[in-house]
Design a protein around this ligand. Structure first.
Ligand code: FAD
Length: 390
């Protein structure tokens, strides 16, 4: 029986490993999944606690290497959140005839879950970040079945999901490549559903599809975090990140899962072979590059990961960078997000009202001018202005 529910990451490793299937995941009042044990069936084998990412220390102790990465296919960058690292890494590791790539996709009703793809086209659905906690369902068990048959598997997800997978597998597999994303924190499906409902009410039309991380320019300043919404009446809504309440609430850290605020995986040592994220600050190292146009940061934390990047460097734009340059502007790489003191009031409000009313007053308003200015000014000037505000 799981002993520490409060800090649970919701990865489902316990549910999947339980030999008597006495653990099931139940949604709490905030919409996050937590394990519940049927004590009448539990045999006390303790497998659930043994595989749990909270109880295990799975960080790689191998030396790390840091890279700036840009996919050679412009079209792939366009369909990806950052520099298209995920697609290139998956393709580079798998023999395409036997491709088994796991990632997070949009499912029906705009829910987000893990799934596997067996073709290169199939991995398209995993592209682009979905800022919602993905339901891993029974994918750890499926991945183990493939691995035990000797197949090659790529599994991508948040660091806690990779830790859950590794705990569940309990041993290393040469043919497994794990990829984690640098993670801010994850909101629940329930929060996202409420936000979608608010869009539907405003527009009197159903939301057919949704995507985060689209690129647009405002007076020449790039925004790579725009949302794109397709409505069932044929209209398409595109919003800059500074105009969208969900994105603003996300970056204000208002509604992450509780464990995210103390996430033990938000640190430089990683659990995966490869970590991918946005290369914020690449423009300081190379003035010709703009992180909003799609530049990935890759961290290799194993020999397997390093060899794969070496292989990719023949075809893609890959440059080794120092650890300091890689992490300087990506603080989610080395510490968990600060707790937002309005979080519990937000969830209390959300239970009784719509999304827009619940976030009202809790997220800073950002005007177009402020967005442009903050993206045009050099970092040192921004720091001076910020110091003046404090
Ligand atoms: C919740 C979340 C928070 C993030 N926070 C940061 C951050 O603070 N700093 C930073 O530099 N980068 C962050 N990223 C990573 C970044 O947004 C890109 O996903 C990453 O750089 C990969 O880009 P790409 O172009 O290589 O891949 P893409 O082709 O865009 O592939 C996206 C990858 O993300 C995975 N993914 C998408 N949504 C989810 C999800 N909900 N749960 C688990 N896996 C998912 C897919 O399986 C796939 O592997 C975050 C991603 C997510 C999902």
């Amino acid at each position: 029986m799981i002993t520490d529910i409060e800090n649970c990451y919701g990865c489902k490793a316990c549910e999947q490993v339980c030999p008597v299937k006495c653990i099931s995941m139940k949604t709490d009042g905030e919409g996050f999944l937590y394990p519940e044990t049927d004590e009448s069936l539990c045999t006390g084998c303790n497998m659930c606690n043994r595989v749990c990412p909270m109880t295990k220390d799975l960080f790689s102790e191998e030396p790390q290497s840091f890279f700036c990465f840009i996919n050679k296919e412009k079209n792939e960058i366009k369909k990806s959140s950052s520099g298209g690292a995920f697609s290139a890494l998956s393709r580079g590791f798998c023999d395409t005839a036997k491709l088994k790539v796991f990632g997070a996709k949009w499912d029906k009703d705009l829910s987000v879950c893990h799934e596997y793809a067996e073709s290169l086209n199939g991995i398209n659905v995993f592209r682009k970040s979905k800022y919602i906690q993905s339901d891993t369902r029974n994918t750890f068990s499926i991945a183990r079945e493939f691995l035990d048959k000797g197949e090659t598997v790529v599994y991508s997800g948040t660091p806690c999901q990779i830790a859950g997978l590794k705990g569940f597998l309990g041993k290393d597999y040469d043919k497994l490549l794990t990829i984690d994303v640098i993670c801010h924190g994850v909101p629940s499906q329930y929060v996202f559903d409420k936000y979608v409902k608010s869009i539907e009410e405003e527009n009197k039309s159903k939301v057919e599809s949704f995507s985060f991380r689209n690129r647009r320019s405002v007076f020449g300043v790039r925004d790579s975090q725009c949302v794109k919404i397709k409505l069932s009446d044929g209209r398409e809504i595109k919003r800059f990140s500074f105009k969208d309440t969900y994105i603003r609430g996300y970056y204000a850290r208002l509604y992450y899962r509780k464990c995210c605020y103390g996430c033990k995986f938000a640190r430089r040592q990683r659990v995966s072979d490869i970590t991918i994220g946005d290369f914020w600050g690449i423009d300081r190292l190379d003035k010709k590059l703009n992180p909003h146009n799609g530049v990935s940061l890759i961290i290799a934390s194993s020999e397997k990961g390093r060899k794969l990047i070496e292989k990719l460097s023949a075809a893609h734009r890959v440059k080794r960078v120092s650890e300091e340059d890689a992490v300087r502007l990506n603080k989610n790489l080395y510490r968990p997000p600060d707790y937002n003191l309005n979080r519990s009031i937000f969830f209390e409000r959300l239970a009784n009202t719509g999304f827009n009313t619940a976030v009202n007053g809790f997220i800073p308003r950002i005007s177009k001018v402020k967005y442009i200015v903050s993206n045009v000014l050099p970092e040192n000037i921004k720091r001076i202005l910020k110091a003046g505000e404090e």
